[in-house]
Every structure is written in structure tokens, then in C-alpha cells.
Ligand binder design. Structure first.
Ligand code: UFG
Length: 344
């Protein structure tokens, strides 16, 4: 990279945004963080600043508010690329409050793309999800695996946002976009200065595990042991958060360096391995040398039985590969929980 390129990280105070900001800055990019802190807090940005040893450009702004986003962000800085993380992500909540998900996840993307066009910002990386595949007929899921009807409003917003981006890029030849379909992001930065901060009772497995280990939750419920899998519990592809963050750096660099083959591309971001809930629980116990209180309960409605990624395309095209061993990731998740709870 010759001149330092500047990336707008929308939703940059959250779990994936903070880790991506660290990796971008370490790779030589300048970053501006925009976040309304609706599902994150300032401590995320402070953690980033501690890791990097510098102040970050940080604007508190709602990415659905065009006027505010223009005044505080697009008219004030010059960007080459935008990474858009500013969306809601709780599957269960989206079922009970669909309009909240439609209005936020659609409007933030529409607003961001409108301002990118107005200010001639060419490159967009979008947070998509493996949820777009539903339960695929064949595994691993490749980028060509057909998407299935979404089983939650959250999943539906990811599908529609992907299509909106495709349409926008087709209509604007100077625009390029990459959608990254994340599998299950887990873990925390090795410094334990940033990590996941779920509000209320966690829906996701790893925060529930770490909170149980910390004594905040009494007992982990393992949802189902009667799936058609080796130990009966469901299989997922757990991707380390730092590896995931680096995939964003690779995606931005691909477009900045003009290496993208199409103006709109999609890549899976996973490890390529399916791991069961019980395997993950037992590995967590082993690497952290503790016992977890857990019980087997019935299946969780809406869960798929098994899914993992084909990572061939991301490996070949982005030159990116997951590198962090799962045991290290689970140690980092526990170190972060201890940091949050003040446990020695
Ligand atoms: N699980 C438990 N107990 C818990 C929580 C989860 O047994 O307390 C199990 C689930 O049943 C599932 C696995 O752990 O088998 C992983 O569950 P998560 O909730 O952590 O993750 P999901 O695979 O359900 O969902 C994740 C993201 C979504 C995304 C989806 C894509 O949270 O945003 O992957 O497949 F859409």
C-alpha cells in the first residue's frame, strides 16, 4: 500500500467491528469508527485504543440517519472503503420484533450505500451470515450452495441485503462489494482487552459457556443430543474472531488493490470443520482446566442440525485461511470473560 487508505467501520464498537479495526490498523489502514452504541459500548473502542496505543477517530452516529451520517462522517473524512457491521443480529429477537430488524438492517445499508455513491466511495464489505444457507442438502456449504428460505427475519435481512448490494453494484460500475458469510464467530483478542459483550442472557453458545464458568449462569443447556451427528449434538463451524477480522482486511485489500474478479463477490468465512456442541464444551473444560455445569435438554426451535463451510474459495481468492486452533480460541474467550468479571 502506498498512501494510507481510510476505511469507515460502521458498527465498529461491537464484537466483530473492534477486532477488525485492530487488524486494519495493524495492516496499515486508517480507520474511522461510526457506531450509535445501541448494542455495544465505549469500552470496546477504549480496548482498541489500548491495544493499538493510539486514539481512534470515533463518531457516535446512527447509520440509519442520513443527515447525521453525512454531517459527522462522510463529509468530514475521505474513505476508500466501508465495512458495514451496523446491524442487529439476534435471531430470536428478530422473530419477536421483525420490524426492528427490517428497519435497522435495511435502512442502515440503504443509507450507507446512498452516501457511498454521493461521495464516490468505491468499496464495500458486508457482514453476511451462513444463516442464508439454512440446512444445506450437501456439506460443506460452498458459496454456490443455494440459499434457502430464511427461517428468521434476521436471516431474511441478510439475504435481502446481499441482493440489494448486488443490484447497487450492477447499477454503479465504479462500485465494488464483497459479502462475507460468517459461520460462528467466537473468542476474543489474545490481549483480553476486547471481546464479546452480550446484553442480558446470551443466546450464543460460547458466551453462555463462559458466563456459566464464571458463575453468572447456573447451568448451560445443551440443546439436543438426538441429531444425526457422531455424538448427537449439533455441528457448527466455529471461527476465531481474530481470523474473522483478518478476512475483512483481506477483502478490503482485494478491492483496494483491484484484484477482485467480479464487482460483487461472496466468500464463506469459516474453518472448514464441523465441531459438535459437546466437543466444544469438553475442549473448553480441557484447555481451561475447569468443569462446566451443563445438562442436555431438548432441541432449540429453528436450529439447523449441521453446517460447516467450504473455505476453498476464500483460501484461493482472498489468500486467507483460518489459523487459530480452537483450543486457543476457547482460552481467549475465557480470559476475556475473566477480564470482564474481574476474576483472577
Ligand atoms: N447452543 C446450546 N446451548 C446454548 C446456546 C447454543 O446448546 O445455550 C447450541 C445451539 O443449539 C447450536 C450451537 O450451540 O447448536 C450454536 O448456537 P449459537 O446460538 O451460538 O449459534 P447459531 O449457530 O445458532 O447461530 C449463529 C449466529 C447467527 C447466525 C447463525 C448462522 O448467532 O447470527 O450462526 O448459522 F445466523
Amino acid at each position: 500500500m502506498n498512501k494510507k487508505k481510510t476505511v469507515l467501520v460502521a458498527g465498529g464498537a461491537g464484537f466483530i467491528g473492534t477486532h477488525t479495526t485492530v487488524e486494519l490498523v495493524e495492516a496499515g489502514y486508517d480507520v474511522v469508527i461510526a457506531d450509535n452504541l445501541s448494542n455495544s459500548d465505549r469500552s470496546g473502542v477504549e480496548g482498541v485504543e489500548k491495544i493499538l496505543g493510539r486514539k481512534m477517530a470515533f463518531e457516535i452516529v446512527d447509520c440509519c440517519n442520513e443527515k447525521e451520517l453525512e454531517e459527522k462522517v462522510f463529509s468530514k473524512y475521505e474513505f476508500d472503503s466501508v465495512i458495514h457491521f451496523a446491524g442487529f443480529k439476534a435471531v430470536g429477537e428478530s422473530v419477536s420484533e421483525p420490524l426492528k430488524y427490517y428497519s435497522n438492517n435495511f435502512m442502515s445499508l440503504i443509507t450507507i450505500m446512498g452516501l457511498m455513491k454521493k461521495y464516490n466511495v468505491q468499496n464495500l464489505v458486508f457482514s453476511s451470515s451462513a444463516t442464508v444457507y439454512g440446512q444445506p442438502d450437501t456439506l460443506p456449504a460452498t458459496e454456490a450452495t443455494p440459499r434457502q428460505k430464511a427461517n428468521s427475519p434476521y436471516g431474511y435481512t441478510k439475504q435481502v441485503c446481499e441482493d440489494m448490494i448486488e443490484g447497487m453494484v450492477a447499477a454503479n460500475p465504479s462500485m465494488h462489494a464483497i459479502a462475507l458469510r460468517y459461520f460462528n464467530p467466537i473468542g476474543a483478542h489474545p490481549s483480553a482487552l476486547i471481546g464479546e459483550l452480550p446484553r442480558g442472557v446470551p443466546n450464543n453458545l460460547v458466551p453462555f459457556i463462559t458466563q456459566t464458568a464464571a458463575g453468572v449462569r447456573e447451568c448451560l443447556s445443551v440443546f439436543g443430543d438426538d441429531y444425526d451427528t457422531p455424538d448427537g449434538s449439533a455441528l457448527r463451524d466455529y471461527i476465531d474472531i481474530v481470523d474473522l477480522a483478518r478476512a475483512h482486511v483481506a477483502a478490503v485489500s482485494r478491492m483496494v488493490d483491484g484484484k477482485n474478479k467480479e464487482s460483487y463477490e461472496i466468500f464463506n468465512v469459516g474453518t472448514g470443520k464441523g465441531v459438535s456442541v459437546l466437543e466444544l464444551v469438553h475442549l473448553f473444560e480441557e484447555v481451561n482446566n475447569l468443569k462446566l455445569n451443563y445438562k442436555i435438554v431438548g432441541r432449540r426451535p429453528g436450529d439447523v442440525e449441521k453446517i460447516w463451510a467450504s473455505t476453498d474459495l476464500a483460501n484461493a481468492e482472498l489468500g486467507w485461511k483460518a489459523t487459530r486452533p480452537l483450543g486457543e480460541t476457547l482460552k481467549a474467550a475465557w480470559a476475556w470473560e475473566k477480564h470482564v468479571r474481574g476474576i483472577k
